[in-house]
Design a binder for this molecule. Structure first.
Ligand code: HEM
Length: 481
C-alpha cells in the first residue's frame, strides 16, 4: 500500500511540516489549502455523544445455537443447533459522559446486534433485569436527575435521590444498584438482560411472551466502593482495557443466552402485569431455557468507526421475534432511531457496523451522506408495474387482541412495587445486606434529610429490616442529616 500523503481529494501533499507564509517571518497565505483542509476536518471530528450510555466499549463475536427453540420462534438465526450468527456488542455506563470513568456505581448497558440473514436483530439491554420506571414519559426526567445540575454543573446526589424516592416503582432497580452488584468489576463479569418482555412467533404463527437473559460464563465479579475508588484513581478506562486486552490475548468472554417463555394467553391471568419493566418473572413460574452461546472474539480496528458510530435500536427485530405491549419498549421503538438520525444522520444504517449483512431494499432515497449508490436508476415508488421491492405478507404477525379506553392511566395507585424488592432483600445473606446498607448510606451522603427519610420509608415498605439497616448505616457513617 502506498505510504504517500495526499489531500482528501487525492492530490499529493508536498509539505506537512510548515504552513505557507509570505517570507520566513511573514503571515500565512490563505491559499495553503492543505492547512485549511486539515483544520476544517479537525473542527468537525467530534460528533454528539449518546444522550445516555455515552461511555462504552465494543467488540465483535459469534452467537452459536446450542438448543432447539424452533417450537417458540421461527427466527432464522435459531433455525438449527450449531448455527452461527455474527454479532457486535457494545457495553456502556449510563450517566457519565464520553470521558467518564468506567468503574462507577451505575447500571451497565449491554447492547447486542445480531447480523442475521433476515436483517439485524438488536437486544438493547442492561446488566439488570428491571428498570427504574415503567412509564416512558418519566425517562427524560430520569436523565436530567442523574446527569449534571444546571447551575453547579456537578452531578447532584440530591436531584438523583429526590427523583428516585418519588417513584415507588424505582426501588427494585435502586436496590440492585446499591447492592454488591452495583459496580461490576469489568464488562466481562456481569450478566446481560433484554429486561423488557418481547415476543416470539413460531412457524405456526403462535405468539409467546419472552424475556432474554445473557448469563455470564466468566463468573460475576464486583468492586466495593473502596476498590472502585482505587481503580478510578489509577485507571479511568478499566473496563475498556479489560475487554480489549482479554480479547487480544485470546481469552474470549462468553455469555449463555437463555429465555423465559410465557404462552400468549397466560398474560391475561398472570398474577401481575407481565409487561411491567420494574418486575422480573420468577424462575419458578417461567424457568430458564437455554438457547445458545455468545462469544466476543474480535476487537474493532477503529473505535470511532465501529463503537462510537454503532446504532442499536429495539425497533430492529426479525421475523419470529417482536415487541410486546410494554409501554417503555414502545417508546424506545421511536427514541433510538430518532436519536441516531440526529447523532449520526438519516443514513446511519449504511455505516458498516450498522449495515445488515443480508441484502436490503427500501424506497428510502437520498439524504445526507448517502454513500451506497442510492439504488442507482431503480425506481423509488410503489405500487409500480416493474415488480420491484414487493412487500412480504407471509411475514405478517398474528393479530394481537387489544382493548381499553384511551386515557392517561395511572399505573402507580394499585400496583405492588415492594414485594419484588422484598424478595430480593430476603435472598441476601446478612453480609450482602450490610453491603447494601453501607453502599446506600454512602450514596445518600449530602442528600437532605427529608429525602433520606423518604428512602428509608420506601425500603421499610419492602422490609422493616431494610429500612432500619439503611437508617443505622446512615447514623454510623454520620451521613444522616
Ligand atoms: C441508549 C432512550 C430505556 C438501554 C439510549 C439512547 C436513547 C435512549 C435516546 C441513545 C441512543 C443513541 O444515540 O444511539 C431511551 C428511552 C427509554 C430508554 C426513551 C425509555 C423510555 C432503556 C432501557 C434500557 C436501555 C429500559 C435497558 C433495558 C440502553 C442502552 C443504550 C441506550 C444499552 C446504549 C446503546 C449503545 O450501546 O449504543 N437510550 N432508553 N434504555 N439505552 Fe436507552
Amino acid at each position: 500500500m502506498s505510504k504517500l500523503l495526499t489531500t482528501a481529494a487525492g492530490a499529493p501533499v508536498a509539505d506537512n511540516q510548515n504552513v505557507q507564509t509570505a517570507g520566513p517571518r511573514g503571515p500565512m497565505l490563505l491559499q495553503d489549502v492543505w492547512h485549511l483542509e486539515k483544520l476544517a476536518h479537525f473542527h468537525r471530528e467530534v460528533i454528539p455523544e449518546r444522550r445516555m450510555h455515552a461511555k462504552g466499549s465494543g467488540a465483535f463475536g459469534t452467537f452459536t445455537v446450542t438448543q432447539d427453540i424452533t417450537r417458540f420462534s421461527k427466527a432464522a438465526l435459531f433455525s438449527a443447533v450449531g448455527k452461527k450468527t455474527e454479532v457486535f456488542l457494545r457495553f456502556s455506563t449510563v450517566a457519565g459522559e464520553r470521558g467518564a470513568a468506567d468503574a462507577e456505581r451505575d447500571i451497565r448497558g449491554f447492547a447486542v446486534k445480531f447480523y442475521t440473514e433476515q436483517g439485524n436483530w438488536d437486544v438493547v439491554g442492561n446488566n439488570t433485569p428491571v428498570f427504574f420506571m415503567r412509564d416512558p414519559l418519566k425517562f427524560p426526567d430520569l436523565n436530567h436527575a442523574v446527569k449534571r445540575d444546571p447551575r453547579t454543573n456537578l452531578r447532584s446526589t440530591e436531584s438523583n435521590w429526590d427523583y428516585w424516592t418519588l417513584l415507588p416503582e424505582a426501588l427494585h432497580q435502586v436496590t440492585i444498584l446499591m447492592s454488591e452488584r452495583g459496580i461490576p468489576a469489568s464488562y466481562r463479569h456481569m450478566h446481560g438482560f433484554g429486561s423488557h418482555t418481547f415476543s416470539f412467533i413460531n412457524a405456526a404463527n403462535e405468539r409467546f411472551w419472552v424475556k432474554f437473559h445473557f448469563q455470564c460464563q466468566q463468573g460475576i465479579r464486583n468492586l466495593s466502593d473502596e476498590e472502585a475508588q482505587a481503580v478510578i484513581a489509577r485507571d479511568r478506562e478499566s473496563a475498556q482495557r479489560d475487554l480489549y486486552e482479554s480479547i487480544e490475548r485470546g481469552d474470549y468472554p462468553r455469555w449463555k443466552l437463555q429465555v423465559q417463555v410465557m404462552p400468549e394467553a397466560d398474560a391475561a391471568s398472570y398474577r401481575f402485569n407481565p409487561f411491567d419493566l420494574t418486575k422480573v418473572w420468577p424462575h419458578q413460574d417461567y424457568p430458564l431455557i437455554e438457547v445458545g452461546v455468545l462469544e466476543l472474539n474480535r476487537n474493532p480496528d477503529n473505535y470511532f468507526a465501529d463503537v462510537e458510530q454503532a446504532a442499536f435500536t429495539p425497533a430492529n427485530v426479525v421475523p419470529g421475534i417482536s415487541f410486546s405491549p410494554d409501554r417503555m419498549l414502545q417508546s424506545r421503538l421511536f427514541a433510538y432511531g430518532d436519536a441516531q438520525r440526529y447523532r449520526l444522520g438519516v443514513n446511519h444504517h449504511q455505516i458498516p457496523v450498522n449495515a445488515p449483512k443480508c441484502p436490503f431494499h427500501s424506497y428510502h432515497r437520498d439524504g445526507a451522506m448517502r454513500s451506497d449508490g442510492n439504488h442507482g436508476g431503480s425506481i423509488g415508488y410503489e405500487p409500480n408495474s416493474k415488480g420491484e421491492w414487493q412487500q412480504q405478507p407471509s411475514f405478517a404477525e398474528p393479530p394481537l387482541a387489544l382493548q381499553g379506553d384511551a386515557a392517561n392511566w395511572d399505573h402507580r395507585a394499585d400496583e405492588d412495587y415492594y414485594s419484588q424488592p422484598r424478595a430480593l432483600f430476603q435472598l441476601m445473606t446478612q453480609e450482602q445486606r450490610q453491603t447494601l446498607f453501607d453502599n446506600t448510606a454512602r450514596a445518600l451522603n449530602g442528600v437532605p434529610q427529608p429525602i433520606q427519610q423518604r428512602h428509608i420509608d420506601n425500603c421499610a415498605k419492602a422490609d422493616e429490616a431494610y429500612g432500619a439497616g439503611v437508617r443505622t448505616a446512615l447514623e454510623s457513617q454520620r451521613t444522616l442529616w
